[in-house]
Write a protein that binds this ligand. Structure first.
Ligand code: PMP
Length: 357
């Protein structure tokens, strides 16, 4: 029997993050991390850090990082909000902006945290189906709603929505906030950032976790017009004033100074992705035109579930979602060339052995 107090618990079905296995020989392609280390300037900043200042609280406004980001993107510092990974930023944005009581909209196949935050904050929502090519259908977002959120490129499909279609969605929704989650934008997508000047209802969210190789530091940020950022900060200060720790602020700021390294590693990942697509196609996989640091692939003969298990057994970790419409797909993060070669070699042999039986 339930205790009386349990009737009043805020119950949630939590988000399930990808596994974080720890084997010395593993190839980890399951959580879209960057295979390259952060910039050497980040390492230098870490080594130069003293422990004495850690007795002091960090700057509540994360000023140094906010200023560096504003400068990097050509914005005012009042247009930038930072948080503990873009998950924190997105959660804060849901809490701040999705309060009309009308359902918010997001794609049926998308980042699986959106429905979790909506449930947590009691925000009604409506999932809008992607078309059969796994593309977002812009017209689905034109009717009355309580706000909109989608990743661009979308996850886990990797498919990009064009900037003109994004603009149409924003223009049709001047009375609500549209959040474009650009976690993967640097790998070949087109950012909606230039649109923030024109649309006060647009919030663009980015992260240091993928293209800047800093998932472990937890740095995400949002950009929008000053008014939007002020509302976000008001909510954040009403929740926890000191979210960003001192080492993250220092190392995040250092990362922004190394544009050459950022471009070099990003370009390598994009080149490896395109090479991997060709190799996977030769093996009988099909996939959309991913603009992210992963491919979302299905095989013509072998069920994804079986391939996922076989790869796991070989300590090659990819992501499998046991969900309607996508339960025959694998999301494979782009690693180094050597890692992708090992993945392809394993799959080739597995498929050959299977056909021989
Ligand atoms: N948005 C999308 C679409 C993602 O895939 C992720 C990574 N899981 C995030 C946001 C959150 O990333 P982070 O909190 O590391 O910035």
């Amino acid at each position: 029997m339930e205790n009386r107090w349990e009737e009043n618990v805020r119950r949630v079905v939590p988000y399930t993050p990808g596994e974080q296995p720890d084997f010395p020989d593993m190839i980890k392609l399951n959580t879209n991390e960057n295979p390259y280390p952060p910039s050497p300037l980040v390492e230098r900043a870490l080594r130069g850090m003293e422990t004495e200042p850690l007795r002091l609280y960090p700057a509540p406004g994360a000023d140094a990082l906010v200023e560096a980001l504003a400068q990097y993107h050509g914005l005012k510092k009042e247009q930038v909000f930072v948080g503990v990974g873009s998950d924190d930023v997105l959660a804060m944005a849901f809490l701040t902006f999705f309060n009309s009581g009308r359902p918010i909209r997001f794609p049926d196949i998308t980042y699986s945290f959106y429905d979790v935050w909506a449930e947590l904050f009691r925000i009604p929502f409506e999932r809008q189906p992607l078309n059969e090519r796994f593309e977002i259908v812009k017209e689905h977002y034109f009717g009355e709603n309580g706000g909109i959120v989608f990743p661009n490129p979308n996850a886990p499909t990797g498919i990009e929505l064009s900037l003109s279609e994004i603009e149409e969605i924003i223009a049709h929704n001047r009375d609500v906030i549209v959040i474009v989650d650009e976690a993967y934008i640097d790998f070949g997508g087109h950012t909606a950032l230039p649109l923030i000047e024109k649309y006060e209802n647009l919030l663009v969210v980015q992260t240091f976790s993928k293209s800047r190789s800093m998932a472990g530091l937890r740095i995400g940020y949002a950009m929008g017009q000053e008014k939007l950022i002020k509302y976000l900060n008001d909510a954040k200060y009403s929740f926890n004033s000191y979210t960003m720790n001192r080492p993250s602020l220092t190392m995040g700021t250092a990362a922004l100074r190394d544009e050459a390294y950022f471009c070099e590693t990003r370009d390598k990942i994009v080149a490896t992705r395109e090479r991997t697509k060709k190799e996977l196609a030769k093996l009988g996989f099909t996939f959309g035109d991913s603009r992210a640091n992963f491919v979302f692939a299905t095989h013509s003969e072998v069920p994804a579930r079986e391939l996922f298990a076989a790869l796991k057994e070989a300590h090659i970790f990819v992501r499998y979602f046991d969900k309607p419409r996508i339960d025959n797909y694998l999301r494979i993060t782009i690693g180094t060339d050597a890692q992708m070669d090992q993945l392809v070699a394993f799959l080739k042999k597995y498929l050959e052995d299977r056909r021989a039986i």
